[in-house]
Design a protein around this ligand. Structure first.
Ligand SMILES: [Zn+2]
Ligand SMILES: [Zn+2]
Length: 386
């Protein structure tokens, strides 16, 4: 299997300095972090790949060896199973704050080895939340009902009836493992009696039948930040299932689905719409009303404005969910041809027709305006405004 170049992985140049490498790694680690991409193996792979690349490039000696000899020069340091080095993260003070439980994904890094029966982190939960377009634009607070396992209040998760306590497992004497001889070897196995816990509940709690956890339907308030888009998720720390044997609770991931708007279409933080305008207005120029998220804006169009012209209303798009800025609103003019005319109107247009040349007013440049409608409106607008 060929390995990717570490500089390519971190998207930095070969001459990039320490700060550049660090910030590149930080950005990518945030992007691909398992907490943000639960269940996404591709992201997980990239996350590990970035960690490996950073472990080499952040160390001047290893980096020099890599520059000279490539992957062969550092294979013992980073290759194969060496994998993830948590110390790499230690220097990012605020990093853990952004992502929360950094090392909750023990299995991810081949850590394994967690003693069965000991404290275990509760499972993460997922909730799919549908919201209206307006809620995504303005932000909202809503509550969701989640069925989940919670720590039993009667025994506080211990599993033993109040007043009694668990006793040491007689089979393993509290070790959680039993050893037995197999030929010349001593083999250790998880204790079958206590399933590795080292203790057995002699008088089980009646509320949870000794499980330490009970199923509950819990109403949880979710704050939806303005600007959130379909597919984005909110993480509610500790609102997942209760942990076992004193382990921390899992997280609740609320995956947001935003309903379509009948008039606006969204692309990133920008909004797009089409506005029908009477042909006389664009011919003579004048004010038109453009619907916005908060009402209407009056916009002046110049004389001779063509159909398909796109107006850009700065700051009238969606709020940026990660910042304080707002996107823009792109309104494309669709000139309307009157369908029904009164006698009087017909006469006026008839007179106008006589005064104007019969053919196209001016010869069109090659390609201009042709096949325009075959292309997606958004592509055209993007070309226009970059
Ligand atoms: Zn209980
Ligand atoms: Zn045991």
């Amino acid at each position: 299997m060929s390995k990717r170049d570490y500089y390519d992985i971190l998207e930095v140049s070969k001459t990039g300095n320490e700060t550049e490498i660090k910030s590149a790694y930080r950005r990518l680690a945030m992007k691909f972090h398992p907490d943000r991409n639960p269940g996404d193996e591709l992201a997980e792979g990239k996350f590990k790949e970035c960690a490996e690349a950073y472990a080499i490039l952040a160390d001047p000696q290893k980096r020099a060896a890599y520059d000279r000899f490539g992957h062969a020069g550092v294979s013992s340091a980073a290759g194969g199973g060496a994998g993830f080095d948590p110390s790499v993260f230690a220097e990012f003070g605020d990093f853990a704050d952004v992502l929360g439980n950094m090392f909750g994904f023990g299995d991810l890094f081949g850590g394994g080895g967690r003693r069965r029966g000991g404290p275990q982190r509760g499972a993460d939960l997922r909730y799919d939340l549908e919201i209206s377009f307006e809620e995504s634009a303005n932000g909202a607070e809503t509550s969701v009902q989640i069925p989940r396992q919670e720590t039993c209040e009667t025994c506080r998760g211990a599993g033993s009836a109040p007043g009694s306590s668990a006793s040491t497992c007689p089979q393993c004497k509290g070790h959680g493992q039993v050893r037995f001889q197999q030929g010349f070897f001593t083999v250790a196995r998880t204790c079958p009696q206590c399933r590795g816990a080292g203790q057995i509940i002699t008088k089980p709690c009646t509320a949870c039948r000794g499980a330490g956890r009970v199923a509950r339907d819990r109403k949880i308030t979710v704050k939806i930040p303005a600007g959130i888009a379909t597919g984005q998720q909110l993480r509610l720390i500790g609102e997942g299932e209760a942990g076992a044997a004193g382990g921390p609770a899992g997280h609740l991931y609320v995956v947001v689905h935003v309903h379509e708007h009948p008039f606006f279409r969204r692309d990133g933080i920008n909004l797009f719409c089409e506005i029908p305008v009477n042909f006389t207005t664009v011919t003579l120029g004048g004010d038109i009303r453009v619907p916005t998220l908060d009402g209407h804006d009056k916009v002046k169009v110049p004389e001779g404005t063509q159909t398909g012209t796109t107006l850009r209303l700065k700051g009238k798009g969606m709020p940026d969910v990660n910042g304080h800025s707002r996107g823009d609103l792109f309104a494309t003019i669709q000139v309307q041809t009157p369908r029904k005319l009164t006698k009087e109107q017909r006469k006026l247009i008839d007179d106008l027709a006589k005064a104007l040349p019969k053919d196209n007013f001016e010869p069109r440049a090659r390609g201009e305006g042709e096949g325009q409608d075959e292309r997606n409106l958004f592509d055209r607008v993007k070309d226009m405004f970059g």
